[in-house]
Design a protein around this ligand. Structure first.
Ligand code: C2E
Ligand code: CA
Ligand code: CA
Ligand code: CA
Length: 278
């Protein structure tokens, strides 16, 4: 038995160290990624379901690493959160997102908004409020054009600080949205106690509205509830025309998804603006 224990130990060690080695390697690459300018923002349109007009774009982070290639956020944001690197990366995102939105005004003459994802670690950083205000003033962007997307996860702690920061952002005129709504196992009471403007219905509900009647019922109920609370609704992950029709019928205000456009690099997004919104 002793012998067997030893051999299974020997069997597991290389795998474990391989994982942690990979992690360490990724972490050290991530530490250099900002100065090597390997991060890039993609932009995805958020469109008025009734008129098809553009309301805003969501900034989605990509990491172009020479060794790993194009790395998607689900692969590196968790590690960036754990290591705290999300703080400087998040500041870069805010800065670049505001800069981009300022440029769109010159092209379209319209006040197109920019939505930025904020992770809990970044939100709780003492420098967060200042970083947001700095990004706005550096780029002369009106606060109402910036929307911060926050997941329900952040609200689970019920802390006074969280409430205060949200109120501060709201008083400054910045918009606030609940991202991935319906996935956070959170009580709904926060919707009336925090100053949110927008509710984003998670794509997992939207994707099956034509297949599962329960999902259609849920989406309808979420839209009605949000509207009664005075919130604007965005449906995520809209991939086809039938889903669009459903959302129009149910009075969903805005939609976002591959049906309208995939997330696009800055140059392509500008092209999209030129052809779709002159
Ligand atoms: P999210 O905030 O829920 O963003 C929407 C995700 O859905 C994006 O994935 C987008 O590319 C994808 N998507 C858009 N339309 C469709 C569609 O029609 N069908 C499907 N199947 N997917 C669609 P992405 O870009 O891989 O981002 C994943 C997550 O990473 C985001 O989810 C967000 O939580 C996080 N993230 C992205 N950028 C940032 C960032 O700058 N900061 C932070 N903290 N998190 C970010
Ligand atoms: Ca989001
Ligand atoms: Ca508000
Ligand atoms: Ca989502």
């Amino acid at each position: 038995a002793k012998h067997q224990g030893k051999s299974s130990y020997a069997h597991f060690t290389p795998e474990l160290s391989e994982i942690s080695h990979e992690r360490l390697q990724m972490e050290s690459r991530m530490r250099r990624a900002l100065e090597l300018q390997e991060f890039e923002l993609y932009f995805q349109p958020i469109v008025d379901t009734a008129t098809g007009k553009l309301r805003a774009a969501e900034a989605l982070l990509r990491w172009n690493n020479p060794v790993m290639g194009l790395v998607m956020p689900d692969r590196f944001i968790p590690l960036a959160e754990e290591t705290g690197l999300i703080v400087p990366i998040g500041e870069w995102v805010l800065e670049q997102a505001c800069l981009a939105a300022t440029g769109w005004k010159a092209i379209t003459g319209q006040d197109i908004g920019i939505s930025v994802n904020v992770s809990p670690r970044q939100f709780r950083d003492p420098g967060f409020t200042k970083a947001v205000m700095r990004a706005l003033s550096n780029n002369e962007l009106a606060p109402k054009r910036l929307e911060l997307e926050i997941t329900e996860r952040l609200l689970l702690d019920n802390s006074i600080e969280t409430a205060e920061i949200l109120r501060e952002m709201d008083s400054a005129g910045i918009r606030l949205s609940v991202d991935d709504f319906g996935t956070g196992y959170s009580a709904l009471s926060y919707l009336k106690s925090y100053p949110f403007d927008t509710l984003k219905i998670d794509k997992s509900f939207v994707q099956d509205v034509m297949k599962e009647s329960e999902d259609a019922t849920l989406v309808r109920a979420i839209i009605n509830m949000a509207h009664s609370l005075g919130l604007t609704v965005v449906a995520e992950g809209v991939e086809d025309e039938q889903q669009t029709h459903f959302l129009q019928q149910e009075g969903c205000d805005f939609a976002q998804g591959y049906f309208y456009s995939r997330p696009l690099p800055a140059g392509e997004f500008t092209e999209w603006l030129r052809t779709n919104h002159r």
